[in-house]
Design a protein. Structure first.
Length: 418
């Protein structure tokens, strides 16, 4: 039996296909048991995220066709559509792939931390539904340890590489304690949703969300215990805003130099950190001329992100070295375990020889025979028993010109030369 990983990801398939083969949490239990019962598999886990779906198997036979057919059938997809996006990882390559995925080295955003939790969830689901056994359990534990090492021994996840997280990181650098700051977000789209989440995680307590359609702002505000307003209320709240981040679809600026300057006077020139993530821009460029405004555009953030990605790439090289070492250790341990059964049977057989000869010797001792002669006889008999089968095999190896076997025995028993 061998590790077999069958999957698709952001490198092999467009999102339109990836979303079709994704498994919801409600589907996972049935899918795990259904595939395991239908195919020649011993163990199974399913990793399913927005960027990848992978069937992680311990397979009796290395035949991927039935697995791909099942995946297409389960999601009601034409088989040819799926086949062209499938990749297969086996053996050592599969172990390496699993560890790279969990460490964020195979992610769309290099070093992203969420994937480790998703990998853990996939194995947890497999344990819950009893589709995981000793092989995948051992792989899961080794994978977690490697991902933890990568996180602690490299800086692959330390620098922001999304506009939302980078904006909040910059705010944290300007203000020592974000929990004392007020934030005003203008817009209610996906980018602002991410910004809101990052701000809340960073400690922001006072959050106002402004949008042209106040109902959309209200939906987002309810998620974060924030206040929702329409755009007409922006000037009033701008006075109290330490952080302003905008991302709307407006064709004209939402904030002009005059309104920001007026707010600064009322704030007694307490600084405002502003980030304009919109294209076209929501904030007039002239606002950056104001003395107490720190204004960043999406292009400014992209420069920072590019620098951070370069740094992450450097750290990724260190992470790859950690994974290479870990894979070799895992493979060596696995090979040792394969030899363990043979070793147990070897010891058992020779222990039986010992017990049999010892019983004979004890009976002779009870009959009053000479102890010294008994010990000599016990040693001879035990030695003959132990070397009998190997001696026959050695002679046969000589007849068959099995020099490899002769050399292996010399090495195993450290015979050396006379």
């Amino acid at each position: 039996m061998e590790l077999l990983i069958v999957g698709i990801n952001h490198q092999t398939a467009p999102v339109s296909l990836r979303e079709k083969v994704a498994f919801t949490p409600d589907q996972l239990g049935h899918a795990l048991q259904d595939l395991l019962s239908r195919r020649d598999l011993a163990e199974l886990a399913i990793l399913s995220t927005c960027n990848r779906t992978e069937l992680i198997c311990i397979a009796v036979q290395q035949n991927t066709t039935p697995i791909v057919e099942w995946l297409a059938q389960y999601h009601h997809l034409p088989l040819p559509e799926l086949q062209q996006s499938i990749y297969v990882k086996t053996g050592t390559e599969g172990i390496t792939h699993m560890m790279r995925v969990a460490s964020g080295l195979d992610s769309m955003v290099l070093g992203e931390p969420q994937i480790l939790g998703q990998v853990k969830d996939s194995f947890t689901h497999a344990q819950l539904h009893k589709t995981i056994g000793p092989e995948l359990y051992k792989l899961s534990q080794a994978t977690y340890q490697v991902a933890k090492r990568v996180r602690t021994e490299t800086a692959i996840g330390e620098n922001s590489v999304s506009v939302a997280s980078t904006a909040v990181t910059l705010a944290s650098q300007l203000f020592a304690d974000l929990s004392t700051c007020n934030a005003l977000l203008i817009g209610a789209g996906e980018t602002i949703k991410l910004v809101a989440r990052h701000l809340i995680n960073a400690g922001i307590n006072d959050l106002v969300i402004a949008n042209r359609t106040v109902e959309n702002a209200q939906i987002l505000a309810e998620e974060h215990d924030a206040q929702a307003i329409d755009l007409s209320g922006v000037p009033l709240h701008l006075v109290n805003a330490d952080i302003v981040i905008t991302s709307t679809a407006s064709q004209l600026p939402i904030l002009g130099k005059g309104s920001v300057e007026s707010a600064l006077k009322k704030r007694r020139h307490k600084p405002i950190f502003m980030v304009d993530l919109a294209v076209p821009r929501d904030i007039e460029p002239e606002v950056s001329d104001l003395r107490d405004v720190y204004l960043y555009t999406v292009d400014d953030l992209q420069q920072i992100i590019d620098q951070n990605l370069t740094h992450r790439a450097d750290e990724a090289a260190r992470a790859e070295n950690i994974i290479t070492e870990a894979v070799q250790e895992f493979v060596d341990d696995y090979k040792s375990l394969q030899a363990l059964d043979t070793l147990v049977r070897f010891r058992k057989k020779n222990n039986e020889f010992k017990e049999a000869e010892l019983d004979k010797a004890l009976r002779r001792l009870q009959r009053g025979e000479d102890p010294a002669e008994l010990l000599r006889s016990l040693a001879n008999q035990l030695t003959n028993k132990l070397i009998h089968a190997p001696s026959i095999q050695l002679k046969q190896a000589g007849k068959d010109d099995r020099h490899d076997l002769l050399l292996a025995i010399e090495d195993m028993f450290q015979l050396g030369e006379d």
